[in-house]
Design a protein around this ligand. Structure first.
Ligand code: CTP
Ligand code: MG
Length: 598
Protein backbone atom coordinates (compact mmCIF):
# COMPACT_ATOMS: atom_id res chain seq x y z
CA UNK A 1 0.00 0.00 0.00
CA UNK A 2 1.46 3.36 -1.03
CA UNK A 3 1.70 6.05 1.66
CA UNK A 4 1.12 9.65 0.77
CA UNK A 5 4.34 11.64 1.07
CA UNK A 6 4.33 14.12 3.96
CA UNK A 7 4.28 17.11 1.62
CA UNK A 8 1.33 15.86 -0.33
CA UNK A 9 -0.68 15.36 2.82
CA UNK A 10 -0.94 19.14 2.85
CA UNK A 11 -3.08 18.69 -0.24
CA UNK A 12 -5.98 18.26 2.13
CA UNK A 13 -5.87 21.97 2.91
CA UNK A 14 -6.50 22.70 -0.75
CA UNK A 15 -9.34 20.22 -0.70
CA UNK A 16 -10.68 21.93 2.40
CA UNK A 17 -10.55 25.28 0.68
CA UNK A 18 -12.45 23.95 -2.31
CA UNK A 19 -15.08 22.31 -0.19
CA UNK A 20 -15.31 25.41 1.97
CA UNK A 21 -16.12 27.42 -1.11
CA UNK A 22 -18.49 24.79 -2.38
CA UNK A 23 -20.48 23.76 0.67
CA UNK A 24 -19.96 26.69 3.00
CA UNK A 25 -17.56 24.91 5.34
CA UNK A 26 -14.71 26.73 7.01
CA UNK A 27 -15.61 29.85 5.11
CA UNK A 28 -13.36 32.16 7.05
CA UNK A 29 -10.08 30.29 6.77
CA UNK A 30 -7.37 32.57 5.49
CA UNK A 31 -4.78 30.95 3.26
CA UNK A 32 -1.94 31.24 5.75
CA UNK A 33 -3.98 29.94 8.64
CA UNK A 34 -5.41 26.98 6.78
CA UNK A 35 -2.81 24.34 7.41
CA UNK A 36 -2.48 24.82 11.13
CA UNK A 37 -6.25 25.06 11.49
CA UNK A 38 -6.72 21.91 9.46
CA UNK A 39 -4.12 20.11 11.53
CA UNK A 40 -5.76 21.32 14.76
CA UNK A 41 -9.14 20.22 13.43
CA UNK A 42 -7.76 16.80 12.60
CA UNK A 43 -6.14 16.46 16.02
CA UNK A 44 -9.48 17.39 17.60
CA UNK A 45 -11.17 14.94 15.33
CA UNK A 46 -8.85 12.17 16.39
CA UNK A 47 -9.17 12.84 20.09
CA UNK A 48 -12.85 13.68 20.64
CA UNK A 49 -15.47 11.07 21.43
CA UNK A 50 -18.22 10.95 18.83
CA UNK A 51 -15.85 11.84 16.01
CA UNK A 52 -14.92 9.87 12.93
CA UNK A 53 -11.86 8.56 14.73
CA UNK A 54 -13.97 7.44 17.67
CA UNK A 55 -16.37 5.81 15.24
CA UNK A 56 -13.47 4.01 13.61
CA UNK A 57 -12.26 2.76 16.98
CA UNK A 58 -15.76 1.52 17.79
CA UNK A 59 -16.00 -0.18 14.42
CA UNK A 60 -12.70 -1.93 15.17
CA UNK A 61 -14.36 -3.63 18.14
CA UNK A 62 -16.83 -5.23 15.79
CA UNK A 63 -14.50 -5.99 12.94
CA UNK A 64 -14.17 -9.61 14.00
CA UNK A 65 -17.92 -10.13 13.70
CA UNK A 66 -19.12 -12.45 11.02
CA UNK A 67 -21.19 -9.65 9.51
CA UNK A 68 -18.32 -7.34 8.71
CA UNK A 69 -16.11 -10.10 7.36
CA UNK A 70 -13.18 -7.80 6.77
CA UNK A 71 -10.35 -9.74 8.39
CA UNK A 72 -8.84 -12.10 5.88
CA UNK A 73 -7.25 -14.61 8.22
CA UNK A 74 -10.05 -15.17 10.75
CA UNK A 75 -12.08 -18.30 9.93
CA UNK A 76 -15.43 -17.04 8.75
CA UNK A 77 -18.81 -18.34 9.74
CA UNK A 78 -21.20 -19.63 7.15
CA UNK A 79 -24.05 -17.37 6.17
CA UNK A 80 -26.64 -19.81 7.54
CA UNK A 81 -24.83 -19.98 10.90
CA UNK A 82 -24.80 -16.19 11.19
CA UNK A 83 -28.48 -16.00 10.23
CA UNK A 84 -29.51 -18.60 12.81
CA UNK A 85 -27.41 -17.08 15.61
CA UNK A 86 -28.76 -13.61 14.94
CA UNK A 87 -32.33 -14.82 14.67
CA UNK A 88 -32.16 -16.67 17.97
CA UNK A 89 -30.55 -13.62 19.59
CA UNK A 90 -33.35 -11.40 18.25
CA UNK A 91 -36.00 -13.68 19.74
CA UNK A 92 -34.56 -12.97 23.21
CA UNK A 93 -34.54 -9.24 22.57
CA UNK A 94 -37.05 -6.47 23.26
CA UNK A 95 -37.42 -2.91 22.01
CA UNK A 96 -38.37 -0.25 24.56
CA UNK A 97 -39.38 3.34 23.96
CA UNK A 98 -37.94 5.20 26.96
CA UNK A 99 -38.47 8.57 28.57
CA UNK A 100 -35.87 11.05 27.33
CA UNK A 101 -34.19 11.18 30.71
CA UNK A 102 -33.53 7.89 32.32
CA UNK A 103 -31.11 6.32 34.74
CA UNK A 104 -29.43 3.53 32.82
CA UNK A 105 -28.49 1.70 36.01
CA UNK A 106 -32.04 1.73 37.41
CA UNK A 107 -33.46 0.81 34.03
CA UNK A 108 -31.26 -2.28 33.84
CA UNK A 109 -31.96 -3.16 37.48
CA UNK A 110 -35.67 -2.97 36.79
CA UNK A 111 -35.48 -5.23 33.74
CA UNK A 112 -33.15 -7.71 35.45
CA UNK A 113 -36.07 -8.77 37.62
CA UNK A 114 -37.14 -10.78 34.61
CA UNK A 115 -33.81 -12.47 34.11
CA UNK A 116 -30.16 -11.72 33.30
CA UNK A 117 -29.45 -9.28 30.47
CA UNK A 118 -26.87 -10.24 27.86
CA UNK A 119 -26.42 -6.87 26.18
CA UNK A 120 -28.20 -3.59 25.59
CA UNK A 121 -27.84 -0.30 23.78
CA UNK A 122 -29.74 2.96 23.39
CA UNK A 123 -30.38 4.94 20.25
CA UNK A 124 -32.36 8.00 19.25
CA UNK A 125 -35.03 8.07 16.56
CA UNK A 126 -37.76 10.60 17.35
CA UNK A 127 -37.30 9.70 21.00
CA UNK A 128 -35.06 7.46 23.02
CA UNK A 129 -35.13 3.70 22.47
CA UNK A 130 -33.42 0.79 24.16
CA UNK A 131 -32.66 -2.59 22.64
CA UNK A 132 -32.30 -5.14 25.42
CA UNK A 133 -31.16 -8.70 24.81
CA UNK A 134 -32.00 -11.10 27.63
CA UNK A 135 -30.00 -14.26 28.17
CA UNK A 136 -33.15 -16.36 28.05
CA UNK A 137 -36.31 -16.22 26.01
CA UNK A 138 -38.44 -16.78 29.13
CA UNK A 139 -37.47 -13.32 30.39
CA UNK A 140 -39.41 -11.77 27.51
CA UNK A 141 -42.57 -13.67 28.50
CA UNK A 142 -42.02 -12.62 32.11
CA UNK A 143 -41.77 -8.96 31.10
CA UNK A 144 -44.87 -9.27 28.94
CA UNK A 145 -46.79 -10.77 31.85
CA UNK A 146 -46.36 -7.60 33.94
CA UNK A 147 -47.00 -5.21 31.05
CA UNK A 148 -50.38 -3.52 30.67
CA UNK A 149 -52.25 -2.23 27.64
CA UNK A 150 -52.51 1.56 27.94
CA UNK A 151 -55.91 3.16 28.28
CA UNK A 152 -56.59 6.69 27.15
CA UNK A 153 -59.64 8.90 27.52
CA UNK A 154 -59.91 9.97 23.90
CA UNK A 155 -58.67 6.93 21.95
CA UNK A 156 -59.09 3.19 22.16
CA UNK A 157 -56.12 0.84 22.00
CA UNK A 158 -55.98 -2.41 20.02
CA UNK A 159 -54.71 -4.80 22.68
CA UNK A 160 -51.76 -6.24 20.77
CA UNK A 161 -49.09 -7.79 22.96
CA UNK A 162 -45.72 -7.57 21.24
CA UNK A 163 -42.04 -7.23 22.21
CA UNK A 164 -42.12 -3.51 21.57
CA UNK A 165 -42.81 -1.70 24.84
CA UNK A 166 -43.15 1.79 26.18
CA UNK A 167 -41.58 2.62 29.52
CA UNK A 168 -43.26 5.33 31.59
CA UNK A 169 -41.93 6.98 34.73
CA UNK A 170 -44.36 6.98 37.63
CA UNK A 171 -42.61 10.03 39.06
CA UNK A 172 -40.40 11.79 36.46
CA UNK A 173 -38.93 14.28 38.97
CA UNK A 174 -37.40 11.43 41.00
CA UNK A 175 -34.78 10.74 38.29
CA UNK A 176 -31.51 12.29 39.50
CA UNK A 177 -30.15 14.54 36.76
CA UNK A 178 -26.58 13.28 36.90
CA UNK A 179 -27.79 9.81 36.00
CA UNK A 180 -30.17 10.84 33.28
CA UNK A 181 -27.89 10.86 30.21
CA UNK A 182 -27.36 7.64 28.38
CA UNK A 183 -24.86 7.06 25.61
CA UNK A 184 -26.62 6.54 22.30
CA UNK A 185 -25.42 4.43 19.44
CA UNK A 186 -25.52 6.11 16.05
CA UNK A 187 -27.84 4.52 13.50
CA UNK A 188 -27.41 6.85 10.54
CA UNK A 189 -24.72 7.35 7.94
CA UNK A 190 -22.35 10.28 8.45
CA UNK A 191 -23.04 13.66 6.90
CA UNK A 192 -21.03 14.77 3.90
CA UNK A 193 -19.09 17.03 6.27
CA UNK A 194 -18.04 14.01 8.31
CA UNK A 195 -17.24 12.08 5.18
CA UNK A 196 -15.08 14.95 4.13
CA UNK A 197 -13.28 14.98 7.51
CA UNK A 198 -12.75 11.28 7.17
CA UNK A 199 -11.14 11.55 3.77
CA UNK A 200 -8.89 14.32 5.06
CA UNK A 201 -7.59 12.03 7.82
CA UNK A 202 -6.50 9.29 5.43
CA UNK A 203 -2.94 8.97 4.28
CA UNK A 204 -3.40 7.08 1.04
CA UNK A 205 -6.17 6.27 -1.39
CA UNK A 206 -6.20 2.75 0.05
CA UNK A 207 -6.72 4.23 3.51
CA UNK A 208 -9.52 6.40 2.16
CA UNK A 209 -11.38 3.40 0.80
CA UNK A 210 -10.90 1.43 4.00
CA UNK A 211 -11.99 4.36 6.18
CA UNK A 212 -15.06 4.91 4.02
CA UNK A 213 -16.01 1.25 4.46
CA UNK A 214 -15.56 1.36 8.22
CA UNK A 215 -17.63 4.50 8.58
CA UNK A 216 -20.53 3.51 6.34
CA UNK A 217 -20.86 -0.20 7.01
CA UNK A 218 -23.63 -1.45 9.27
CA UNK A 219 -22.60 -1.37 12.90
CA UNK A 220 -23.11 -4.28 15.25
CA UNK A 221 -26.02 -2.40 16.86
CA UNK A 222 -27.65 -1.54 13.56
CA UNK A 223 -27.40 -5.18 12.49
CA UNK A 224 -29.02 -6.27 15.76
CA UNK A 225 -31.80 -3.76 15.23
CA UNK A 226 -32.42 -5.15 11.73
CA UNK A 227 -32.75 -8.73 12.98
CA UNK A 228 -34.93 -7.53 15.86
CA UNK A 229 -37.26 -5.68 13.47
CA UNK A 230 -37.63 -8.86 11.38
CA UNK A 231 -38.31 -10.81 14.54
CA UNK A 232 -41.05 -8.37 15.61
CA UNK A 233 -42.70 -8.69 12.19
CA UNK A 234 -42.34 -12.47 12.44
CA UNK A 235 -44.41 -12.40 15.65
CA UNK A 236 -47.22 -10.71 13.74
CA UNK A 237 -47.05 -13.08 10.74
CA UNK A 238 -46.88 -16.05 13.13
CA UNK A 239 -50.35 -15.21 14.39
CA UNK A 240 -51.58 -16.55 11.03
CA UNK A 241 -48.72 -18.88 10.14
CA UNK A 242 -47.27 -20.40 13.32
CA UNK A 243 -43.70 -21.53 12.79
CA UNK A 244 -43.00 -19.11 9.93
CA UNK A 245 -39.75 -17.13 9.81
CA UNK A 246 -39.11 -13.56 8.67
CA UNK A 247 -35.55 -13.41 7.40
CA UNK A 248 -33.59 -10.33 6.40
CA UNK A 249 -31.91 -10.49 2.98
CA UNK A 250 -30.26 -8.07 0.55
CA UNK A 251 -27.79 -5.51 1.80
CA UNK A 252 -28.84 -5.90 5.47
CA UNK A 253 -27.09 -9.27 5.50
CA UNK A 254 -24.91 -9.59 2.39
CA UNK A 255 -22.16 -7.42 4.03
CA UNK A 256 -22.58 -4.60 1.49
CA UNK A 257 -25.20 -2.66 3.48
CA UNK A 258 -24.62 1.01 4.17
CA UNK A 259 -26.09 2.63 7.29
CA UNK A 260 -29.55 3.81 6.27
CA UNK A 261 -30.15 1.12 3.62
CA UNK A 262 -33.59 -0.45 3.39
CA UNK A 263 -34.53 -3.65 5.19
CA UNK A 264 -35.53 -6.45 2.80
CA UNK A 265 -37.51 -9.19 4.53
CA UNK A 266 -38.47 -12.63 3.36
CA UNK A 267 -41.49 -14.32 4.92
CA UNK A 268 -40.41 -17.95 4.91
CA UNK A 269 -43.37 -20.30 5.08
CA UNK A 270 -41.31 -23.38 4.25
CA UNK A 271 -40.48 -23.66 7.92
CA UNK A 272 -44.09 -24.72 8.28
CA UNK A 273 -43.67 -27.17 5.41
CA UNK A 274 -40.72 -28.80 7.17
CA UNK A 275 -43.00 -29.91 10.07
CA UNK A 276 -45.19 -31.86 7.69
CA UNK A 277 -42.13 -33.37 6.02
CA UNK A 278 -41.69 -35.60 9.08
CA UNK A 279 -41.35 -39.26 8.32
CA UNK A 280 -44.66 -40.92 7.50
CA UNK A 281 -45.36 -43.91 9.72
CA UNK A 282 -46.64 -47.07 8.07
CA UNK A 283 -48.93 -46.65 5.16
CA UNK A 284 -50.46 -43.40 6.39
CA UNK A 285 -49.65 -39.86 5.31
CA UNK A 286 -51.41 -36.92 6.89
CA UNK A 287 -52.11 -33.70 4.96
CA UNK A 288 -53.69 -30.42 6.01
CA UNK A 289 -56.99 -29.46 4.52
CA UNK A 290 -56.19 -26.27 2.61
CA UNK A 291 -57.79 -23.84 0.18
CA UNK A 292 -56.51 -23.96 -3.37
CA UNK A 293 -56.01 -21.05 -5.73
CA UNK A 294 -55.05 -21.07 -9.42
CA UNK A 295 -51.33 -20.17 -9.08
CA UNK A 296 -48.36 -19.69 -6.74
CA UNK A 297 -48.48 -16.00 -7.55
CA UNK A 298 -52.02 -15.75 -6.21
CA UNK A 299 -50.95 -17.59 -3.06
CA UNK A 300 -48.21 -14.98 -2.58
CA UNK A 301 -50.60 -12.10 -3.21
CA UNK A 302 -53.21 -13.44 -0.79
CA UNK A 303 -50.67 -14.03 1.99
CA UNK A 304 -49.02 -10.64 1.58
CA UNK A 305 -52.37 -8.94 1.39
CA UNK A 306 -53.47 -10.29 4.75
CA UNK A 307 -50.09 -9.65 6.41
CA UNK A 308 -50.16 -6.11 5.01
CA UNK A 309 -53.58 -5.55 6.60
CA UNK A 310 -52.27 -6.97 9.86
CA UNK A 311 -49.24 -4.70 9.91
CA UNK A 312 -51.43 -1.73 9.11
CA UNK A 313 -54.04 -2.44 11.77
CA UNK A 314 -52.11 -4.12 14.58
CA UNK A 315 -48.39 -3.71 13.96
CA UNK A 316 -47.01 -1.31 16.58
CA UNK A 317 -44.87 1.30 14.87
CA UNK A 318 -45.64 0.07 11.33
CA UNK A 319 -46.78 3.05 9.28
CA UNK A 320 -47.33 3.91 5.62
CA UNK A 321 -48.17 0.33 4.70
CA UNK A 322 -48.45 -0.13 0.91
CA UNK A 323 -49.41 -3.39 -0.71
CA UNK A 324 -47.59 -3.60 -4.04
CA UNK A 325 -49.06 -6.90 -5.14
CA UNK A 326 -48.95 -6.57 -8.91
CA UNK A 327 -45.17 -6.13 -9.11
CA UNK A 328 -43.10 -8.94 -10.68
CA UNK A 329 -42.16 -9.78 -7.13
CA UNK A 330 -45.21 -8.81 -4.98
CA UNK A 331 -44.32 -7.00 -1.76
CA UNK A 332 -45.61 -5.06 1.22
CA UNK A 333 -43.68 -1.85 1.84
CA UNK A 334 -43.86 0.02 5.15
CA UNK A 335 -41.87 2.16 7.54
CA UNK A 336 -40.95 0.77 10.89
CA UNK A 337 -41.02 3.97 12.87
CA UNK A 338 -39.08 2.93 15.94
CA UNK A 339 -36.10 1.56 14.03
CA UNK A 340 -36.39 4.07 11.21
CA UNK A 341 -36.13 1.29 8.60
CA UNK A 342 -37.92 1.32 5.29
CA UNK A 343 -39.07 -2.28 4.98
CA UNK A 344 -39.93 -4.42 1.95
CA UNK A 345 -41.62 -7.69 2.87
CA UNK A 346 -41.79 -10.42 0.20
CA UNK A 347 -42.55 -14.09 0.32
CA UNK A 348 -41.84 -15.85 -2.97
CA UNK A 349 -38.24 -14.90 -3.71
CA UNK A 350 -36.17 -17.53 -1.98
CA UNK A 351 -33.60 -17.16 -4.75
CA UNK A 352 -32.87 -13.61 -3.57
CA UNK A 353 -31.97 -15.08 -0.18
CA UNK A 354 -29.51 -17.35 -1.98
CA UNK A 355 -27.98 -14.45 -3.90
CA UNK A 356 -27.57 -12.62 -0.58
CA UNK A 357 -25.64 -15.64 0.65
CA UNK A 358 -23.51 -15.61 -2.49
CA UNK A 359 -22.68 -11.92 -2.08
CA UNK A 360 -21.87 -12.49 1.59
CA UNK A 361 -19.42 -15.16 0.50
CA UNK A 362 -17.80 -12.93 -2.09
CA UNK A 363 -17.60 -10.07 0.45
CA UNK A 364 -15.87 -12.31 2.96
CA UNK A 365 -13.34 -13.84 0.56
CA UNK A 366 -11.08 -10.81 0.23
CA UNK A 367 -11.09 -7.59 2.26
CA UNK A 368 -10.72 -5.49 -0.91
CA UNK A 369 -14.14 -6.52 -2.20
CA UNK A 370 -16.25 -4.65 0.32
CA UNK A 371 -13.98 -1.59 0.36
CA UNK A 372 -14.31 -1.30 -3.41
CA UNK A 373 -18.05 -1.94 -3.46
CA UNK A 374 -18.70 0.68 -0.77
CA UNK A 375 -16.66 3.29 -2.63
CA UNK A 376 -18.39 2.57 -5.93
CA UNK A 377 -21.81 2.65 -4.24
CA UNK A 378 -20.98 6.00 -2.59
CA UNK A 379 -19.57 7.35 -5.83
CA UNK A 380 -22.73 6.33 -7.70
CA UNK A 381 -24.95 7.84 -5.01
CA UNK A 382 -23.27 11.25 -4.89
CA UNK A 383 -23.46 11.48 -8.68
CA UNK A 384 -27.15 10.47 -8.66
CA UNK A 385 -26.46 7.33 -10.66
CA UNK A 386 -28.46 5.43 -8.02
CA UNK A 387 -31.61 6.57 -6.27
CA UNK A 388 -33.91 5.40 -3.51
CA UNK A 389 -36.82 5.92 -5.92
CA UNK A 390 -37.40 3.06 -8.37
CA UNK A 391 -36.73 4.04 -11.99
CA UNK A 392 -34.29 3.72 -14.88
CA UNK A 393 -31.28 3.98 -12.56
CA UNK A 394 -28.58 1.43 -11.90
CA UNK A 395 -29.17 -0.31 -8.56
CA UNK A 396 -26.68 -1.03 -5.83
CA UNK A 397 -27.20 -4.73 -6.48
CA UNK A 398 -26.15 -4.26 -10.13
CA UNK A 399 -23.12 -2.20 -9.09
CA UNK A 400 -22.05 -4.94 -6.70
CA UNK A 401 -22.31 -7.48 -9.51
CA UNK A 402 -20.18 -5.24 -11.71
CA UNK A 403 -17.48 -5.02 -9.04
CA UNK A 404 -17.51 -8.79 -8.53
CA UNK A 405 -17.25 -9.35 -12.29
CA UNK A 406 -14.40 -6.86 -12.55
CA UNK A 407 -12.53 -8.64 -9.72
CA UNK A 408 -13.03 -11.97 -11.50
CA UNK A 409 -11.39 -10.45 -14.58
CA UNK A 410 -8.16 -9.38 -12.84
CA UNK A 411 -4.99 -11.30 -13.46
CA UNK A 412 -4.66 -13.33 -11.33
CA UNK A 413 -8.38 -13.18 -10.45
CA UNK A 414 -9.27 -11.74 -7.05
CA UNK A 415 -12.61 -13.55 -6.95
CA UNK A 416 -13.55 -16.99 -8.29
CA UNK A 417 -16.37 -17.45 -10.78
CA UNK A 418 -19.68 -18.83 -9.60
CA UNK A 419 -19.07 -21.93 -11.72
CA UNK A 420 -15.83 -22.63 -9.86
CA UNK A 421 -17.64 -22.13 -6.51
CA UNK A 422 -20.15 -24.68 -7.76
CA UNK A 423 -17.38 -27.14 -8.59
CA UNK A 424 -16.11 -26.89 -4.98
CA UNK A 425 -19.55 -27.71 -3.56
CA UNK A 426 -20.24 -31.03 -1.85
CA UNK A 427 -23.49 -32.96 -1.47
CA UNK A 428 -24.77 -30.89 1.44
CA UNK A 429 -24.31 -27.65 -0.50
CA UNK A 430 -26.67 -28.84 -3.22
CA UNK A 431 -29.53 -26.40 -3.64
CA UNK A 432 -32.23 -26.36 -6.31
CA UNK A 433 -34.87 -23.62 -6.02
CA UNK A 434 -37.83 -23.61 -8.38
CA UNK A 435 -35.83 -25.65 -10.87
CA UNK A 436 -32.80 -23.34 -10.75
CA UNK A 437 -29.48 -24.76 -9.70
CA UNK A 438 -28.29 -22.50 -6.86
CA UNK A 439 -25.49 -24.77 -5.69
CA UNK A 440 -22.15 -23.32 -4.57
CA UNK A 441 -19.66 -24.07 -1.82
CA UNK A 442 -20.81 -22.43 1.42
CA UNK A 443 -17.79 -23.10 3.58
CA UNK A 444 -15.54 -20.12 3.04
CA UNK A 445 -12.55 -21.97 4.36
CA UNK A 446 -12.60 -24.34 1.37
CA UNK A 447 -11.86 -21.51 -1.06
CA UNK A 448 -8.22 -20.78 -1.82
CA UNK A 449 -7.29 -17.11 -1.26
CA UNK A 450 -6.26 -15.13 -4.34
CA UNK A 451 -2.59 -14.50 -5.06
CA UNK A 452 -3.43 -11.08 -6.47
CA UNK A 453 -1.90 -8.24 -4.42
CA UNK A 454 -3.13 -5.18 -6.33
CA UNK A 455 -3.82 -2.09 -4.24
CA UNK A 456 -7.30 -0.64 -3.76
CA UNK A 457 -6.12 2.53 -5.43
CA UNK A 458 -5.18 0.65 -8.58
CA UNK A 459 -8.37 -1.39 -8.53
CA UNK A 460 -10.54 1.70 -8.18
CA UNK A 461 -8.88 3.37 -11.14
CA UNK A 462 -8.98 0.22 -13.24
CA UNK A 463 -12.64 -0.36 -12.38
CA UNK A 464 -13.50 3.01 -13.87
CA UNK A 465 -11.30 2.38 -16.89
CA UNK A 466 -12.71 -1.10 -17.42
CA UNK A 467 -16.34 0.00 -17.39
CA UNK A 468 -15.56 3.27 -19.13
CA UNK A 469 -14.49 1.08 -22.07
CA UNK A 470 -16.83 -1.88 -21.74
CA UNK A 471 -18.71 -2.83 -24.90
CA UNK A 472 -22.13 -2.60 -23.25
CA UNK A 473 -23.77 -2.54 -26.70
CA UNK A 474 -22.83 -6.14 -27.41
CA UNK A 475 -21.68 -7.80 -24.19
CA UNK A 476 -23.38 -8.94 -21.03
CA UNK A 477 -21.90 -9.22 -17.54
CA UNK A 478 -21.98 -12.69 -16.12
CA UNK A 479 -20.43 -13.63 -12.76
CA UNK A 480 -21.24 -17.31 -13.29
CA UNK A 481 -18.58 -17.67 -15.96
CA UNK A 482 -16.60 -14.55 -15.16
CA UNK A 483 -16.35 -13.44 -18.77
CA UNK A 484 -18.25 -11.24 -21.19
CA UNK A 485 -20.90 -12.94 -23.27
CA UNK A 486 -23.00 -11.81 -26.18
CA UNK A 487 -26.10 -10.01 -24.97
CA UNK A 488 -29.15 -12.25 -25.36
CA UNK A 489 -31.49 -9.24 -25.61
CA UNK A 490 -31.34 -5.57 -26.44
CA UNK A 491 -31.50 -3.86 -22.99
CA UNK A 492 -28.78 -1.19 -22.75
CA UNK A 493 -27.22 -2.90 -19.71
CA UNK A 494 -27.33 -6.66 -19.36
CA UNK A 495 -26.23 -8.25 -16.08
CA UNK A 496 -27.23 -11.87 -15.82
CA UNK A 497 -29.03 -12.95 -12.66
CA UNK A 498 -26.57 -15.49 -11.18
CA UNK A 499 -29.23 -18.13 -10.54
CA UNK A 500 -32.17 -17.30 -12.79
CA UNK A 501 -29.90 -17.04 -15.78
CA UNK A 502 -32.62 -15.96 -18.21
CA UNK A 503 -33.18 -12.78 -16.16
CA UNK A 504 -31.37 -9.48 -16.54
CA UNK A 505 -31.06 -7.77 -13.14
CA UNK A 506 -30.53 -4.38 -14.80
CA UNK A 507 -33.35 -4.51 -17.34
CA UNK A 508 -34.69 -1.25 -15.94
CA UNK A 509 -31.58 0.78 -16.84
CA UNK A 510 -32.11 3.26 -19.68
CA UNK A 511 -29.57 4.10 -22.38
CA UNK A 512 -29.15 7.61 -20.98
CA UNK A 513 -28.47 6.35 -17.46
CA UNK A 514 -25.93 3.89 -18.82
CA UNK A 515 -24.32 6.66 -20.84
CA UNK A 516 -24.11 8.82 -17.72
CA UNK A 517 -22.46 5.94 -15.86
CA UNK A 518 -19.92 5.42 -18.66
CA UNK A 519 -19.02 9.11 -18.88
CA UNK A 520 -18.64 9.46 -15.12
CA UNK A 521 -16.51 6.32 -15.04
CA UNK A 522 -14.20 7.74 -17.75
CA UNK A 523 -14.06 11.08 -16.00
CA UNK A 524 -13.20 9.42 -12.68
CA UNK A 525 -10.57 7.16 -14.26
CA UNK A 526 -8.98 10.22 -15.80
CA UNK A 527 -9.00 12.18 -12.53
CA UNK A 528 -7.40 9.30 -10.63
CA UNK A 529 -4.93 8.75 -13.44
CA UNK A 530 -3.85 12.39 -13.31
CA UNK A 531 -3.60 12.20 -9.55
CA UNK A 532 -1.09 9.38 -9.54
CA UNK A 533 1.21 11.61 -11.55
CA UNK A 534 0.65 14.66 -9.40
CA UNK A 535 1.00 12.94 -6.04
CA UNK A 536 3.98 15.14 -5.15
CA UNK A 537 2.07 18.31 -5.72
CA UNK A 538 0.98 19.92 -2.45
CA UNK A 539 -2.12 21.80 -3.48
CA UNK A 540 -4.31 19.28 -5.24
CA UNK A 541 -7.39 17.58 -3.92
CA UNK A 542 -6.66 13.89 -4.09
CA UNK A 543 -8.05 10.40 -4.31
CA UNK A 544 -11.61 9.62 -3.35
CA UNK A 545 -12.10 13.18 -2.10
CA UNK A 546 -11.93 14.44 -5.65
CA UNK A 547 -14.54 11.94 -6.73
CA UNK A 548 -16.88 12.13 -3.74
CA UNK A 549 -16.78 15.59 -2.23
CA UNK A 550 -20.05 17.46 -2.47
CA UNK A 551 -18.19 20.38 -4.01
CA UNK A 552 -17.55 18.15 -7.02
CA UNK A 553 -20.56 15.89 -6.85
CA UNK A 554 -23.15 18.62 -6.47
CA UNK A 555 -22.31 19.98 -9.84
CA UNK A 556 -25.14 18.49 -11.87
CA UNK A 557 -23.34 19.25 -15.13
CA UNK A 558 -20.32 17.18 -14.08
CA UNK A 559 -20.80 14.82 -17.00
CA UNK A 560 -21.45 17.53 -19.54
CA UNK A 561 -18.88 19.99 -18.40
CA UNK A 562 -17.10 19.94 -21.69
CA UNK A 563 -20.30 21.04 -23.43
CA UNK A 564 -21.68 23.46 -20.82
CA UNK A 565 -19.86 26.20 -18.93
CA UNK A 566 -18.64 24.60 -15.68
CA UNK A 567 -19.32 26.08 -12.26
CA UNK A 568 -16.50 27.98 -10.64
CA UNK A 569 -15.49 25.10 -8.43
CA UNK A 570 -15.22 22.54 -11.17
CA UNK A 571 -13.55 25.01 -13.45
CA UNK A 572 -10.95 25.69 -10.77
CA UNK A 573 -10.38 22.01 -10.28
CA UNK A 574 -9.92 21.36 -13.98
CA UNK A 575 -7.73 24.41 -14.40
CA UNK A 576 -5.45 23.30 -11.60
CA UNK A 577 -5.25 19.75 -12.99
CA UNK A 578 -4.56 21.01 -16.49
CA UNK A 579 -1.92 23.48 -15.39
CA UNK A 580 0.02 20.84 -13.53
CA UNK A 581 -0.42 18.43 -16.47
CA UNK A 582 1.63 20.77 -18.58
CA UNK A 583 4.51 20.03 -16.24
CA UNK A 584 4.18 16.39 -17.40
CA UNK A 585 3.69 16.76 -21.15
CA UNK A 586 3.70 13.01 -21.76
CA UNK A 587 0.69 12.68 -19.50
CA UNK A 588 -1.65 15.03 -21.25
CA UNK A 589 -3.18 12.28 -23.32
CA UNK A 590 -4.45 10.55 -20.20
CA UNK A 591 -8.04 11.30 -21.04
CA UNK A 592 -7.86 10.63 -24.75
CA UNK A 593 -6.24 7.29 -24.02
CA UNK A 594 -9.62 6.15 -22.71
CA UNK A 595 -11.45 4.32 -25.46
CA UNK A 596 -14.75 6.01 -26.23
CA UNK A 597 -16.67 3.14 -27.76
CA UNK A 598 -19.54 2.02 -25.55
N1 CTP B 1 -32.58 -8.81 -6.19
C1 CTP B 1 -32.56 -9.67 -7.28
N2 CTP B 1 -32.80 -9.18 -8.54
C2 CTP B 1 -33.05 -7.87 -8.73
C3 CTP B 1 -33.08 -6.99 -7.63
C4 CTP B 1 -32.83 -7.50 -6.37
O1 CTP B 1 -32.29 -10.86 -7.11
N3 CTP B 1 -33.29 -7.42 -9.96
C5 CTP B 1 -32.31 -9.36 -4.85
C6 CTP B 1 -30.83 -9.28 -4.47
O2 CTP B 1 -30.52 -10.39 -3.67
C7 CTP B 1 -30.76 -8.01 -3.65
C8 CTP B 1 -32.09 -8.08 -2.92
O3 CTP B 1 -33.00 -8.62 -3.88
O4 CTP B 1 -29.66 -8.00 -2.78
C9 CTP B 1 -32.61 -6.77 -2.40
O5 CTP B 1 -32.74 -5.84 -3.46
P1 CTP B 1 -32.39 -4.32 -3.25
O6 CTP B 1 -32.99 -3.84 -1.97
O7 CTP B 1 -32.76 -3.60 -4.49
O8 CTP B 1 -30.81 -4.33 -3.20
P2 CTP B 1 -29.80 -4.43 -1.99
O9 CTP B 1 -28.74 -5.40 -2.40
O10 CTP B 1 -30.51 -4.71 -0.71
O11 CTP B 1 -29.13 -2.98 -1.97
P3 CTP B 1 -29.67 -1.63 -1.28
O12 CTP B 1 -28.66 -1.31 -0.24
O13 CTP B 1 -29.71 -0.63 -2.38
O14 CTP B 1 -31.04 -1.90 -0.72
MG1 MG C 1 -32.14 -3.54 -0.05
Amino acid sequence: MRRRPATSRLGVSAALTMAARGVGLLTRLSLGAQRSQVQRALRRLLSCPGTVAADLRREEQFSGSAETGSEDRIPKKRFSEVQEERREQAQRTVLIHCPNKISEKKFLQYLSQHGPINSHFFYESFGLYAVVEFCQKESVASLQSVTRTPSRDTEAAIPFRSRYFSLKLRNPSSQPLEQSRVQCSNQSSPSSKRLFELLCCAESVDDQLTALLKTFQLTEENTKLRYLTCSLIEDIAAAYFPGCAVRPFGSSVNSFGKLGCDLDMFLDLDEIGSFSAQKASGNFLMEFQVKNVPSERIVTQKILSVIGECLDHFGPGCVGVQKILNARCPLVRFSHQASGFQCDLTTNNRIALKSSELLYLYGALDSRVRALVFSIRCWARVHSLTSSIPGAWITNFSLTMMVIFFLQRRSPPILPTLDSLKSLADAEDKCIIEGHNCTFVRDLNKIKPSGNTESLELLLKEFFEYFGNFAFNKNSINIRQGREQNKPESSPLHIQNPFETSLNISKNVSQSQLQKFVELARESAWILHQEVKERQSSNQPWGLATLLLPSVANNKSFVKKRKKPASERIKNLLESIKSSSTEHPTDTNGKRAVNTQA
